[in-house]
Write a protein that binds this ligand. Structure first.
Ligand code: ADP
Length: 475
């Protein structure tokens, strides 16, 4: 932490006394102890934000936009500190952390602009004495719970549209990565975003989850995390009929057809599989490769995988950092062991690593019904399945409760349209392994969730449509 240059950020993160201990996944060293709040305090904070929201929505969209743009600018001015904090508490390589800061900031700029375009409409009236129109209004207090794998971007992707729309925003970041959340919020305050409009609360996940989901003043709840927890929170939100957005788990297939550009497919596979050590919900989870290109793809892939460097995220040469916790490593190691016990073979260099590290692992002869293929791996493991027929492959790709991202490689235009249409996923990457951007809607179908973040759809999640009928008009 002593490399953080911005001393105000440092002071905001380091609080004295009892609270939550934050550890570095690289060596398990203690980074900081942060202040926590209890359920009753969170409920009080929601009430403060309810008051703050009234004034916030009265401000002009231009005014809110200016403050968001200032926040965006401050994040970029502090990019090195923020990236370092992300790497220290989350373990991801610094080059990826820098990318996350830029990506996270891009949502603030995008929604600062989109907020000025929250257009309503006029409706041709069926009778001449009435004028009909719609206006877009902020929902009210928005609450969110975010995960550790993108500790900055998952916050800004929700906070920016909420604030741009005129909502106030309260968030519980993951207990594993609260420092980035505190730092990015401190920058928002420095930008002039009022404290009764934006709040970060750290504490017991279950208690804060209840405070958010049962509170009648919280009108919108947005969650990014596992399907298991999302399902529970969605049910809790039912008691007050809240608007919800759920960005949940994924099980992305990555398909290489016989008409693919194999070098480009290998590059895309590496990018989409090993980003953040495989710990993202859009990481490719299972690979399907068509017969005639199978050997070429697998050989080139293994060559590329064996060049990846595993190590401390702060080292420039690192491609893969540690997993977030020791339990995460245990879970991933168990999945590998289970698949191998059922005949899967590792075809790249086998390396055992200490601490929270898992070496990249490429497995072939994996059965489709193994937990490795059916569930989310969240680690640097790449299982490959051979296929011959397109229809059979589509069936396997869709044979999951999840529907977040899917990827495939083909140079045939007919096939591209057909397969993109037939994959039951919220996002499809064609000849691309990394597809997320602030200008496009991110989100899933089936049990991967509901709602979209980013794009023009992202703002709608924080707006209500009000219909106004003005009657008794004379011509
Ligand atoms: P992951 O596997 O990515 O950690 P989780 O769904 O466990 O996914 O965690 C995502 C977020 O949900 C974190 O902020 C975590 O603290 C929070 N969380 C976990 N369990 C609960 C719960 N029972 N109620 C509310 N929030 C929870």
């Amino acid at each position: 932490m002593n490399h953080i240059k911005n001393k105000t950020l440092l002071a905001a993160m380091l609080t004295e006394g009892k609270g939550l201990s934050v550890f570095n996944p690289f060596d398990d060293s203690l980074l900081a102890i942060v202040k926590t709040v209890n359920q009753a305090q969170v409920e009080d904070e929601v009430l403060e934000l309810e008051v703050g929201q009234v004034e916030w929505q009265k401000r002009s969209a231009q005014d809110r936009s200016n403050l968001l743009k200032r926040w965006h600018q401050l994040i970029l001015e502090n990019i090195d500190d923020l990236a370092r904090i992300i790497t220290l508490e989350g373990g991801k390589p610094l080059k990826e952390a820098l990318g996350e800061v830029r990506y996270g900031a891009s949502f603030i700029e995008w929604f600062a602009e989109e907020g000025r375009r929250a257009y309503g409409s006029t409706i041709p009236s069926p009778s001449s004495d009435r004028t009909l129109l719609t206006v877009k209004q902020a929902i009210g207090v928005a609450a969110a719970i975010t995960p550790w794998n993108f500790p900055l971007a998952m916050i800004t992707r929700k906070a920016a549209p909420a604030l741009a729309a005129g909502c106030s925003f309260i968030c519980k970041p993951s207990e594993l990565t609260p420092l980035t959340a505190i730092a990015v919020t401190e920058l928002a305050y420095q930008a002039g975003i009022p404290k009764d409009v934006l709040r970060m609360v750290i504490g017991d996940a279950h208690d804060i989850g209840e405070a958010f989901t049962y509170h009648s003043s919280v009108r919108k709840f947005s969650f990014t995390g596992s399907t298991l927890v999302g399902r529970k929170l969605q049910m809790q939100c039912a008691s007050t009929i809240k608007r919800t957005s759920m960005e949940l788990g994924g099980n992305a297939p990555f398909v290489v057809f016989d008409d693919a550009d194999i070098d480009s497919a290998v590059q895309g596979a590496i990018a989409s599989k090993f980003r953040n050590a495989g710990q993202t919900c859009v990481c490719s989870n299972r690979f399907y490769v068509q017969d005639s290109v199978y050997d070429e793809f697998v050989e080139k892939l293994v060559t590329a995988v064996d060049k990846l460097t595993v190590g401390n995220g702060l080292d420039d040469s690192t491609d893969i950092g540690p997993l977030i916790t020791l339990q995460a490593k245990q879970r991933v190691s168990d999945l590998i062991r289970e698949a191998k016990g059922r005949g899967a073979k590792q075809i790249n260099k086998e390396v055992q690593l200490d601490g929270q590290f898992v070496a990249p692992t490429v497995l072939v002869d994996v059965e489709h019904d193994r937990p490795l293929v059916q569930g989310e791996i969240f680690g640097p493991v790449l299982p490959i399945i051979r296929f011959s027929d397109e229809d059979e492959m589509i069936k396997m790709a869709n044979d999951t409760i999840y529907g977040l991202a899917a990827y495939f490689y083909s140079q045939n235009m007919n096939r591209i349209w057909r397969v993109a249409h037939n994959l039951e996923y919220g996002m499809v990457g064609v000849n691309e392994g990394i597809i997320s951007t602030e200008v496009a809607p991110f989100g899933g179908v089936k049990q991967s969730g509901k709602g979209r973040e980013g794009g023009k759809e992202g703002l709608e999640e924080y707006l209500e449509t009000k219909y106004v009928c003005i009657g008794g008009l004379t011509n």
